[in-house]
Write a protein that binds this ligand. Structure first.
Ligand code: SAM
Length: 481
């Protein structure tokens, strides 16, 4: 047995089962050690070091200890610290995106996913390039600038060439003032060569959910198909990074296995990427299993309450302060509100999880991947965010300006976010208000932009932003810092 090795390229070494068990034992043994937990909280707080805002984060053992702690006073402080870190690095901006389902053909046997090969009741559908154009126009007409494409794994129906053609099509559509400026990709684990092709196609983040870090559980949940190979799946991010993709997105599908095990595994994965590639994950997503065609979440024994979910999000915010955190419309408005305060920095809005869903007037359910809880339109979500004090941001500047991987992390630490991300958020919100907003959203949004302009610290940047906002009103688009 090799044992735990954060730098190893082998899944079983960097997600070492025994190390996770030891971590959970350590967390249980010390969960009432208030002095130790206070020291950890103290160490994790954001501090200015000269001009750099520094936050140390926590390793998987420390963060697992916070997660295990049941002391109400400490739990309150965990939430407060998560909120403080969120404010320090992300301010009140929330980035918006939408998933675009290209194809639900799939050769895998994932027990929680309605696209599994044996499901004979779900109609199979794969969009043509013409249909993708139509979907993208519908998404642009809502106001979206950032997409995450989703597809089942099927080398015959959805080969890499199809995914690459689809990305080209998406970037090529410019309807009215519409523009998709960042395409993130959520497709099955693949080879270094294919990741290189995705990189060359100009993708944003490569997203792949681990589903579960527990090898045995993973193998039961993925009985057949290429995804059944735990190591191939778990080592995928290393291949993606080897191919030059700087921004990768992790995630666990909560509800499949024990959440404390998953949480430790997730952080060990992040530590591994940082140790080997010099940069941790760009994002972490927080999905929970939802009902779907042929899928009943109650069949999985490990469902977690909203309270536990909240705590997981707060502890993750403290552990990985520079990592974007994502929550989708799988969750309700209430849960999303809680999550936004606790550390989430990106949400989807107006999503349809069916193949071809955006061009249908009514929400189609037949090819849907999972039941959406938050069914509000993008405009309703934008208005809601503004009224709750969040700036909806359609910004895609970083990767277009080459600020990926560790260059993005440096921006985070530099204290320049208020002079960069903040004006970018305001300018992209202004574009949304001009082109797509309802009258009510436009009123609250315009007032927000006026207010928030004042919190751009650098006078020159503030003035330039003012000028660009006037230019946007006059019809010009796509300014960025
Ligand atoms: N096919 C690719 C793969 O296997 O990684 C990626 C795309 S899949 C469309 C996106 C994600 O949806 C999966 O990774 C899984 O975590 C999630 N998912 C599948 N079934 C779900 C369900 N019933 N409820 C919630 N999320 C689900």
């Amino acid at each position: 047995m090799a044992g735990y090795n954060v730098r190893s390229g082998k899944a079983d070494d960097f997600i070492d089962h025994q190390e996770i068990l030891d971590t959970l034992e350590y967390a249980d043994a010390h969960k009432n050690d208030i002095k130790l937990i206070e020291e950890i909280l103290h160490k994790a707080r954001p501090v200015w070091k000269g001009k750099l805002l520094d936050c140390k984060g926590l390793d998987h053992r420390e963060a697992s200890l916070l997660l295990a702690c049941e002391d109400p006073g400490i739990n309150k402080r965990i939430v407060e610290l998560a909120k403080e870190i969120k404010r320090a690095f992300y301010g009140n901006r929330i980035v918006l995106f939408a998933p675009l389902y290209l194809s639900n053909y799939c050769v895998n046997g994932c027990l929680y996913c309605p696209y599994h090969m044996k499901n004979k009741t779900i109609p199979r559908k794969k969009l043509t390039q013409e249909e993708i154009r139509a979907e993208v126009i519908a998404l642009q007409d809502m106001g979206h600038k950032r997409l995450a494409i989703e597809a089942g794994e099927d080398p015959v129906n959805n080969p890499i060439e199809y995914i690459l053609d689809s990305i080209r099509t998406i970037y090529s559509v410019h309807h009215k003032n519409g523009d998709i400026r960042r395409v993130n990709v959520n497709i099955a684990a693949t080879t270094v060569d294919e990741y290189r092709m995705l990189k060359d196609a100009g993708i944003g983040t490569y997203i792949l959910f681990q589903e579960t870090y527990h090898r045995e559980g993973y193998e039961t949940l993925h009985p057949t198909g290429p995804k059944s190979d735990y190591s191939w799946h778990t080592e995928a991010m290393d291949r993606a990074m080897e191919a030059g993709i700087d921004d990768v997105g992790l995630g666990v599908l909560f509800g499949l296995d024990k959440y404390r095990y998953e949480f430790a595994g997730l952080l060990m994965h992040a530590e591994h990427l940082e140790a080997v590639h010099g940069v941790g994950p760009h994002t972490i997503s927080f999905p929970r299993v939802k009902p779907a065609d042929d899928i009943d979440p109650d069949e999985f024994d490990n469902g977690i309450s909203d309270e536990i979910f909240e705590k997981i999000i707060a502890c993750a915010r403290i552990a990985v302060p520079y990592t974007g955190m994502i929550i989708s419309t799988r969750e309700s408005e209430e849960v999303r509100r809680m999550a936004l305060n606790m550390g989430i920095s990106q949400i989807s809005g107006g999503s349809r999880t069916s193949v071809g869903g955006y061009t249908s007037k009514e929400r189609p359910h037949d090819t849907e991947q999972f039941d959406v809880s938050d069914r509000r339109s993008l405009d309703e979500v934008v208005g809601w965010l503004i009224r709750d004090g969040f700036i909806p941001s359609f910004c895609t500047a970083c990767y277009r300006a080459g600020r990926t991987g560790d260059r993005f992390m440096s921006l985070c630490k530099s204290g320049q976010i208020q002079n960069c991300c903040h004006p970018n958020a305001l300018m992209t919100l202004e574009e949304y208000l001009e082109d797509y907003a309802s009258p009510e959203t436009k009123i609250v949004g315009t007032a927000m932009i006026e207010r928030e302009l004042l919190s751009i610290p650098d006078e020159k940047v503030r003035e330039m932003t003012r000028e660009h906002l006037a230019e946007i009103k006059a019809g010009r688009r796509d300014f960025r810092f």
